[in-house]
Design a protein around this ligand. Sequence first.
Ligand code: DOR
Length: 441
Amino acid sequence: MPLLIKGGRIIDPETGIDGLKDILIEDGRIVDICDPVQKRGKSGQGNDLKEREVKVIDASGKWVVPGLIDMHTHLREPGHEYKETIRSGCLAAAHGGFTAICCMPNTYPVNDNRSVTDFILKKAKEAGSVRVYPIGAVSCGLSGEALAEYGELKEAGVVAVSDDGRPVMNSRLMRRALEYAKRFGIPVISHCEDLYLSAKGVMNEGFVATRLGLRGIPNAAETVMVARDIAICELTDAPLHIAHVSTAESVDLIRMAKARGVRVTAETAPHYFSLTDEALLDYSTMAKVNPPLRAAKDREAIIEGLADGTIDVIATDHAPHSSIEKDLEFDAAANGIVGLETSLPLGLKLVESGALDISDLVSKMSINPARILSLGHVGLKPDAPADLTIIDPEKRFTVDPNTFRSKSRNTPFQGWNLKGKAVLTMVEGNIVFKDESCRIY
Ligand code: DOR
């Protein structure tokens, strides 16, 4: 039966649509995006429904946007299924409004060959929820020593390569990775960290670390690698994407590189524009993450970088860990924050504060990731697969990790009062998540 999404404000920066429209969907595809269907039998394709039966999703008061895409998710399968399986990660994604996620290769075994990519895609298909796009490893076993086989990985379905979780310390290997990946039309996603500078640091280097007596990681640990990777990107003219930008200096370097026409893109995660290292003042391991939460000036620079287009993407860096890894002394606890179920409302806070407008946010959470990773259809257009997210911009809620679909609960946002939430997530015409407040008749 055809589906009609009725009465919503369609916001699609790709097509430039921002207004009240209805969307007609049939066989998993968008058939038409038309002016609101008032009476049956009027002209116009959407209005030609006449006496045909349609299922109507009432989107009045809601925003309808192209399906959100998270280009930086850690699913823990294979290897650490007690933290997250492919299925639980997909359910968390759908609950958070994402129709597609890209999963990092730091699993056990590492996704550095076709059999692991095949396994992930098979499990994702069985989960039957959101789309999963695997990211392959830059180097075999994330060892930073020998390149993985990108041709084989690409053929199996990876959309990028990354050693995320670890930097590629060897600059020559990074050069070869960019050259090799370029041949297959996929970007290298760089985790920028100079391990000699981050040393055994566990949080941002600065006043708070001194007060807490914890070893710090200076901004330079990230920034020198951003500078290096931009230089290698310029040398190779291959697409480079900088993951989880956390420092003001990185934003400056990326801004200058883009002005020179370097093929670099960048992402940040909601915790870097929502929090500072002061979130660690009570030694909360929930806010322990790598790169670490930084100072207020970095947070401000990240918001500025998002606003002026220097930072293209907001990615969750969803990094599930269990209490076994988190309920420990600060030094011993694992790095990571779950993000799939909080990123959209945290992004909407930037819209509420006026830092971004809603179409910028949609670009950064859907259009830009789709373009950077060449995921195919972008935005809401006739004949495109019906991947979309319906957001209730007024829905207020308190973050309660017990309501997460993710297997893990490691969030520093517990108890935050947020406004705006996905109430329906649709992948190829299938409803993969629906809040009880969303009416279908
Ligand atoms: O905090 C982090 N957690 N940063 C990373 O780069 C990796 C991630 C993980 O896999 O847990």
